[in-house]
Design a protein around this ligand. Structure first.
Ligand SMILES: [Zn+2]
Length: 318
């Protein structure tokens, strides 16, 4: 299947809305239709993007109105468009752990980062430049769950399986058993670098194993092109590698900065957002040393920018 922006028919009443290039904020969404209604998976990062999608999918939703929205997790690029779909008769579902993080503070924080007069602010404007966070009203779920639950979508069962904490505290897989299709949210970054905000990474690897055990043939990742189990293997390999590299350095007594600086990315250096290595190493160190200070996301963004030589690249261009 071509990796082009827009609606892609996966067959059996399932669709993917893809947003190349899948880097920061360019997330995917999904639509599962049943008799006379549909379920939407995630609602994108800002109102303009969500509106564009809602307009484009109207040939499907005119006959199958969205009755259920599932947010796979609490990152803004998966739920900031909720307010455009919310309304009477529309159930919005997320895991309890995700729901706790879906609030106006999260919207305002991102809007604020883009205004910062600092190298991190510049990096934020570079990666989040195409998105408008001003004017978004955080709209959380109307129903939460923990563990597993299922939804009836016009006579068809869709299973929701919480596998977080992994990428974030409340990651959820959306499985359509009768179609062999899975919407994985950010448990899968295809063609980009995974980032473990929550972890432990062993749980994320466990989530990959869970998918590999499922009877699915088509998988829509949170970011990147539609994939199958080969994509799951690739993400699992990266996570296994980064966890082992970080653990080795922790055992050798390196501090977290030296650990990040000394890891040779090898082939992974060719992946976009390779600087996310910084957060992944910090994540493993936090697991091994719970007393270690937890840098906030802003600090982490600065570390990622530095690792990717963001400031230097800017200098070269000037
Ligand atoms: Zn995402």
């Amino acid at each position: 299947m071509d990796y082009t922006e827009g609606l892609h028919d996966l067959g059996r009443g399932c669709h993917a809305w893809l947003q190349p290039d899948g880097s920061w904020g360019w997330s995917n969404s999904g639509l599962v239709t049943g008799s006379g209604q549909s379920l939407m998976v995630d609602t994108l990062f800002d109102l303009a993007g969500a509106r564009r999608m809602l307009d484009a999918i109207s040939p499907v939703t005119d006959t199958h109105p969205v009755a259920t929205v599932v947010n796979t997790h609490s990152d803004g690029d998966h739920y900031f468009g909720n307010e455009l779909v919310a309304g009477e008769g529309v159930e919005i579902i997320a895991s309890e752990a995700a729901a706790e993080l879906m609030n106006q503070e999260a919207v305002d924080a991102l809007a604020g980062v883009k205004r910062l007069d600092s190298p991190t602010g510049e990096f934020a404007r570079e990666i989040f430049g195409p998105f408008e966070f001003e004017g978004i009203t955080s709209t959380g779920p109307t129903r939460t769950f923990s563990g597993e639950t299922s939804v009836d979508v016009g006579g068809r069962e869709v299973a929701l399986i919480q596998v977080g904490p992994a990428h974030t505290p409340g990651d959820t897989l959306v499985h359509v058993p009768d179609a062999g299709i899975l919407y994985s949210g950010d448990i899968l970054f295809i063609g980009g670098t995974p980032i473990a905000w929550a972890g432990p990474i062993s749980r994320w690897i466990g989530a990959c194993d869970r998918i590999l055990d499922m009877d699915v043939t088509t998988i829509v990742p949170g970011h990147g092109p539609v994939t199958d189990k080969t994509g799951v293997h690739r993400v699992r390999e990266y996570l296994t590698w980064v966890e082992a590299e970080a653990r080795k350095r922790f055992a050798d007594g390196l501090d977290v900065d030296d650990a990040i600086a000394s890891i040779d990315l090898g082939d992974y250096a060719a992946l976009p957002e390779y600087g996310r290595l910084a957060q992944n190493v910090i994540n493993v160190y936090q697991e091994l040393d719970p007393a270690m200070a937890r840098p906030d996301r802003l600090t982490v963004l600065g570390r990622i920018a530095a690792l990717e030589g963001f400031g230097e690249k800017q200098g070269e261009q000037d």
